[in-house]
Ligand binder design. Structure first.
Ligand code: 16G
Ligand code: ZN
Length: 536
């Protein structure tokens, strides 16, 4: 008789709610926490299978709903290299989550084992952590039950972490004792790696002063810990740091609030000093945006596009000094402001690739360069240093002190910047390092290019799956004719650009419009959204 793949009796404790179809989307599963326990149990089962399928490599599971409101939660699986779950397995995750009964679940699991030829006697190894949400501990119990039901997978609970810290641990554990070991696989190891790299890049500089809005999330205690390791090399003030009160999470604060509303987060004094740098994390600290008040008292956002251009221009200069011939590219999505793309291509002369929305797409495209900078406008992103490029720099024959200094800085940056996923803490240090070296205040940073006015709208439609896109989401192929109607509108606007795509996280279609003035961008956006009324 075949060995039963999972212990059905414990699956019975986590029945799937009726009438809901779960989907593993760009950011894993994300729903109201009340309906999530069956799904998280099954994530445990799948993570154990994934680990066995990969010969016992360490797989991560993060319990978080990022910038969503406090009642939500979610789960995402981290692959051995610290990147996102392989796409084919997203389908398996969705399939298991939707099994109606425990028996149905066991059948689907058996089928997977058979189809993928998984040896279930291979020991599985899964690590997990959660953000600061109230529902976290109960969902961790469901996850542990799923891991146990899947033939007692070996597992380690890392408690409260930011999402990128868990990614770091997964990669570090899987590269332990190898020639290219990523880091010491502990939370302490993470802080030390970042702090040492920062100190190397910035020896002897004055500490840069910044106020951090931590969205009342897990980023608050973690950035405070990081700052301790930085030993006075940054001058940080923390606001919205009440992570112990989960009802405050992302409430009128955090990266999503600041980016969407283009305004200061709550929790600041009325009198905000001008030209002082601020930043906001999201709820699990994998996303960051910066901002400041300019000399005229106006709020100015420095979003993912501004981070990408700052990093690309700095890295390009450094690479030139090394004379190493390494190439640099930038990866953006259709939401990147047209001015940023223009600046990268025409002024910096850096190649730009556009991919569909979602970190995994940008990440894969960035891996094609020696140094790949990727950022979504919303502040998700990082800089990837290709392992061959790092090896080349490490063994490079230097001929001048300037060249050596540039190589040392690049190598330190490859340690400073999280190589697994966008990381608010690591991106924060990257930006501060560049601003310190350039002696720039936020206005100096902002003046590289001026954003084109833009407008983001959403529309409810009867079925968002009918909106099919191509060309990295910039062109609709279905419904027929809609794209040519949009094109007809766009050509009437100076510097006009607009596209429509179905959201991956909400039941809506998003409309983006850009034009030479705010009035025109608004008008174009509204006109395009009128076109969508036919699909209500
Ligand atoms: C998810 C993605 C984020 C993307 C957003 C788009 C990850 C980790 N997160 O949150 O990168 O910007 O979805 O949302 O990939 P939308 O599909 O609703 O526009
Ligand atoms: Zn996040």
């Amino acid at each position: 008789m075949a060995i039963p793949s999972i212990d059905i009796s414990s699956a019975d404790n986590y029945p799937k709610p009726d009438g809901i179809k779960f989907g593993y989307g760009t950011a894993g599963f994300r729903y109201n926490a009340n309906i999530l326990s069956s799904t998280v149990f099954r994530v445990g089962v799948l993570a154990a299978l994934r680990s066995r399928y990969l010969g016992g490599k360490v797989i991560g599971v993060m319990i978080t709903a990022s910038h969503n409101p406090p009642p939500d939660n979610g789960a995402k699986i981290v692959d051995p290299a610290g990147d996102m779950l392989e796409e084919a397995w997203e389908t398996y995750a969705t399939d298991l989550a939707n099994a109606a009964t425990s028996q149905d679940l066991a059948d689907r699991v058996n089928e997977l084992i058979k189809n993928l030829n998984i040896d279930i006697s291979t020991p599985a190894n899964v690590i997990y952590a959660r953000d600061s949400r109230e529902s976290g501990p109960a969902l961790v119990k469901a996850l542990e039950a799923g891991l146990k039901a899947a033939h007692d997978a070996k597992s380690t609970d890392y408690g409260l972490l930011t999402t990128p810290q868990l990614h770091y641990l997964v990669k570090s554990l899987n590269t332990l004792k190898s020639a290219n070991s990523y880091g010491v696989p502990t939370e302490e190891g993470y802080y030390k790696k970042l702090a040492n790299a920062y100190k190397k890049v910035l020896s002897g500089s004055e500490p840069y002063s910044i106020t951090i809005d931590a969205a009342n999330g897990i980023g608050a205690p973690k950035v405070s810990e990081l700052v301790k390791h930085l030993e006075g090399t940054i001058d940080m003030t923390l606001i919205n740091g009440k992570y112990e009160d989960p009802s405050l999470l992302n409430s009128s604060c955090g990266a999503d609030y600041v980016k969407t509303n283009q305004r200061l987060p709550g929790g600041l004094d009325a009198d905000v000093p001008k030209l002082k740098l601020f930043c906001s994390f999201d709820g699990d600290a994998d996303r960051i945006v910066f901002f400041y008040i300019d000399e005229d008292g106006k709020f100015r956002l420095l979003d993912g596009d501004k981070i990408a251009t700052l990093a690309a221009s700095f890295l390009k200069d450094l690479v030139q000094e090394t004379n190493s011939g390494l190439n640099i590219g930038v990866v953006q999505t259709a939401y990147a402001n047209g001015s940023s793309t223009e600046y990268l291509e025409s002024v910096l002369k850096v190649p730009v690739v556009c991919t569909p929305t979602g970190v995994k797409h940008l990440h894969h495209a960035a891996q094609q360069f020696d140094i790949g900078v990727y950022f979504e406008a919303n502040g998700h992103g990082t800089v990837l240093f290709h392992p061959d490029a790092v090896a080349k720099l490490q063994t490079f024959q230097v001929s001048s002190p300037a060249q050596k200094a540039a190589i040392d800085t690049l190598l330190a940056l490859s340690d400073l910047v999280n190589q697994t996923v966008g990381d608010a803490l690591s991106d924060l240090l990257l930006v501060l390092a560049i601003l310190t070296i350039k002696r720039w205040n936020p206005a100096d940073w902002n003046q590289s290019y001026t954003d084109l006015p833009n407008r983001l709208l959403k529309a409810e439609v009867r079925d968002r799956t009918m909106f099919k896109v191509t060309n990295a989401e910039r062109t609709l192929v279905e419904p027929p004719l809609l794209q040519s109607q949009i094109d007809n509108l766009v050509q009437k606007y100076s510097q006009g650009r607009s596209f429509v795509r179905a959201s991956g996280t909400e039941n809506v279609v998003r409309i983006y419009a850009e034009a030479v003035t705010q009035t025109l961008a608004d008008e174009l956006g509204v006109k395009v959204s009128h076109l969508l009324e036919a699909y209500k």
